[in-house]
Design a protein around this ligand. Structure first.
Ligand code: ATP
Length: 229
């Protein structure tokens, strides 16, 4: 497996607060990589830096073996927070606007709506969507450019159990379609259900990096549960 994202000694300090403190990490192509940690552990800061939204205090990262650029950015689809869709426009209309912004043909709209199981509701106004459907529309929006990597920050936050199950199933389907996925989550359960690899952050520091299938072996399960739940 080749490396899609390589992070070397990445830090972000806000005055005395070390939001991220010397993170080094490689994420391999084809993996579903979970960044696990409690609130305030540095997950969003990490994603913000690798997406060029937050300037690192120090350290480096490379996407696809290259310095981050508009060319590498086009290969990544990200949902960092709830995107702003127009409530009185339909799912299709909202995604057509995203197509205009991103220079994607409208023919992709129906494809991605089918992919996220919103085909039947594509002509309903966004404001009538459940939270889970809104999140699936966000994922559809990120899929429009057919990115190689998808980044999802707390993708099931605020959803009911059915919505959570649907989003997790969708993430697994997207991974099975060949995309690398990076998920920030504070839920060990979520990471165990959808991820192949994961790391644990605590107060900005990496305290574990390994395979999900190894959770429960040795002292790891105790350590992660105490920090993440
Ligand atoms: P959450 O799930 O709550 O977003 P997180 O793991 O994503 O948590 P971050 O949002 O990355 O954590 O925050 C890490 C630390 O950095 C926290 O202590 C937070 O208060 C601090 N922090 C983040 N952004 C800023 C900022 N702009 N100014 C000052 N401190 C910040």
């Amino acid at each position: 497996m080749d490396t899609v994202l390589s992070i070397k000694n990445l830090s972000k300090h806000y005055g005395k607060i070390k939001a991220l403190d010397g993170l080094s990490l490689d994420i391999k192509r084809g993996s579903v990589f979970g960044i696990l940690g409690p609130n305030g552990s540095g997950k969003t800061t990490t994603l913000g830096m690798v997406l060029d939204v937050i300037n690192p205090t120090s350290g480096l990262f490379e996407w696809f073996g290259q310095k981050s650029s508009s060319a590498t950015r086009k290969r990544i689809g990200a949902i960092l927070e709830h995107p702003i869709f127009y409530p009185y426009l339909t799912g299709v209309e909202n995604l057509m606007i995203v197509c205009d912004i991103k220079g994607v043909p409208y023919s992709r709209v129906d494809e991605v709506l089918e992919q996220v199981s919103l085909g039947e509701r594509k002509d309903s106004k966004f404001k009538t969507y459940s939270l889970g459907m809104k999140q699936r529309l966000s994922i559809a929006s990120a899929l429009l450019c057919d990115p190689e990597v998808m980044i999802l920050d707390e993708p099931t936050n605020g959803l009911d159990p059915q919505g959570i199950a649907e989003i997790r199933e969708l993430i697994i389907e997207i991974a099975n379609s060949g995309k690398t996925i990076i998920i920030a989550s504070h839920l060990l359960d979520e990471v165990q259900k959808v991820c192949t690899h994961f790391c644990v952050l605590q107060r900005g520091r990496l305290i574990h990096n390994g395979l999900v299938e190894d959770v429960g072996k040795g002292s790891l399960s105790v350590e992660v549960k105490a920090d993440a739940e």
